[in-house]
Design a binder for this molecule. Structure first.
Ligand code: SF4
Length: 481
């Protein structure tokens, strides 16, 4: 899709809106670019007129063309994006569930701006406004109980047994990374020590721990036990109310690993089926079976885990609304206390080989949305409440990822990190520390290197960035005096 802009510089939002309506047509913003035959386009312009400004959008889906104008007293982003949204809606007949919102944290916006603005300004559909409202109420207590000096610790293990075809995370498969695991763990311990020192000097209080990845249970039982022990010995954990490990791939689970986690005080784990169809698992290159999921839950229950999350994905290639409904029933019968329903990122789905071709919003606008709507009603009926929600820029059906929990089993770490309501200090490759100014809505990010190789070879820089956290907190504190 070709996007042109004249008389304004609202590129970011205009581009994002074009992607919502034309997810499989990469947006080009190039001066003097030539339109390919049948390529969609949007020409946007703002011109000075007597007493104000004239906004114009002329757009085409490759076949039909539509042009509309509006006036406003000044040059602003909202009238431009609103006009573009209206033209693209009329042109395509698509009414995006999240309206004009293209950001990652809609619940955060709802908390800051209120439901009227959510519905009337950003044109969020009734169903998504209701969903976001439910999430906001479900997380209220966790957010209100946060103290200014509270923080969560994230620990990244960027290794997986094999790589799934749709994966957008930076994770190394064990065939290539085996030799890196031990050096990585040694350096991770050093970073944990530095993070604990910095947090201690700042007077911060650890309230939750989350070991994610990758697949942390790719590690051996001994390595998992040692890592958990290191965390317990290095950080003061008397106020830590949850300790979560993402077991992720069920084919990595053994009774020894689960017992090691249980003995180390881990209270919550994730076992992620994504789908209970072996055929769909094969389509997405996820090398385990539905039987592995059932066995993994059986082992975890035997070891005594009660809080278990199961991740599912709507919009997978080769899946259908009936197939997804069957997956959900099978997963519910395994008694998880949390279920997280993701929408497949479109970029990845487009790369996957499917019998039916790519999942396009235009070609199959209803499929992913039907699955998601079914998940909302079925999980509500089963007693789950949505408690965190986030979006990515290219999701099947332009939907969302939602974490659901039975009463009393919500994972606070997920709330604080996804909603950016609390500080997270992240250690390990791919970790992103999010430092929340306790006295304003400001948030600063500190990035670790993504790949294990870089993490190992440039570890000194990682430690320097950890030290830099002190300076950022100092800046937060100076603002209030
Ligand atoms: S298990 Fe998860 S992190 Fe690992 S390759 Fe598969 S999708 Fe990616």
């Amino acid at each position: 899709m070709l996007l042109t802009m004249t008389g304004h510089s609202c590129r970011f939002e205009c581009e994002n809106l074009c992607r919502v309506f034309f997810p499989y047509s990469p947006v080009r913003v190039e001066d003097g670019a030539v339109l390919a035959p049948g390529e969609p386009f949007a020409d946007t312009s703002i011109d000075k007129t007597e007493g104000g400004f004239l906004y114009t959008v002329r757009a085409s889906d490759g076949q039909r063309e539509l042009s509309r104008t509006a006036t406003a007293p000044i040059v602003e982003e909202y009238p431009m994006t609103r006009l573009l949204f209206d033209v693209l809606t009329e042109l395509t007949g698509v009414r995006p569930a999240w309206g004009m919102l293209t950001g990652v944290h809609p619940v955060k916006l709802l908390r800051q701006r209120g439901m009227d603005e959510f519905r009337e300004k950003w044109l969020v559909s009734e169903s998504r406004a209701e969903l976001a409202g439910r999430v906001l109420s479900a997380q209220r207590q966790a957010v209100e109980e946060l103290l200014p000096h509270d923080y969560s610790l994230y620990v990244g293990i960027p290794f997986c047994p094999t790589r799934c075809a749709y994966c957008s995370f930076i994770s190394q498969d064990m065939a290539h990374a085996k030799k890196a695991v031990e050096p990585y763990l040694e350096l991770l311990n050093i970073e944990l020590e530095r993070a604990a020192k910095v947090a201690g000097e700042l007077g911060l209080r650890l309230i939750s721990v989350y070991i994610g990845g990758g697949t942390p249970t790719t590690l051996s039982a001994g390595q998992l036990a040692a890592l958990c022990k290191k965390i317990r010995e290095t950080f003061p954990i008397e106020h830590c109310r949850e300790f979560t490990v993402e077991a992720g791939r069920p084919d990595t689970l053994t009774i020894e690993k689960l017992m090691a986690l249980k003995e180390a005080g881990v209270g919550r784990i994730s076992i992620n089926p994504q789908t209970m169809s072996d055929k769909v698992l094969e389509n997405i290159g996820r090398r385990h079976t539905a039987r592995d999921v059932i066995d993994g839950f059986g082992l975890a229950h035997k070891v005594g885990f009660r809080d278990i999350n199961a991740d599912l994905i709507v919009g997978l290639p080769g899946d259908s609304p009936e197939g997804f409904a069957d997956t959900l029933e099978q997963v519910l019968s395994l008694s998880p206390t949390n279920i997280t329903v993701h929408s497949l990122a479109i970029k990845r789905s487009a790369e996957l080989v499917t019998d039916e071709g790519a999942l396009s919003l235009h070609k199959r606008p209803e499929t992913a949305a039907h699955m998601m709507d079914h998940a909302i009603s079925r999980l509500t009926k089963a007693g789950f409440e949505p408690y965190y929600l986030y979006r990515q820029t290219r999701m099947a059906g332009n939907l969302e990822n939602t974490g659901w929990a039975l009463p009393g089993s919500a994972c606070r770490y997920n709330i604080y990190t996804m909603d950016e309501s609390g500080t997270v200090i992240a250690c390990g490759a791919g970790g992103v520390s999010k430092l929340k100014d306790p006295y304003s809505s400001d948030l600063k990010r500190v990035f670790n290197f993504k790949y294990p190789f870089e993490y190992i070879s440039r570890h000194r820089e990682i430690l320097e960035r950890k030290d830099g956290i002190k300076e950022i907190y100092e800046q937060f504190r100076q603002r209030i005096y």
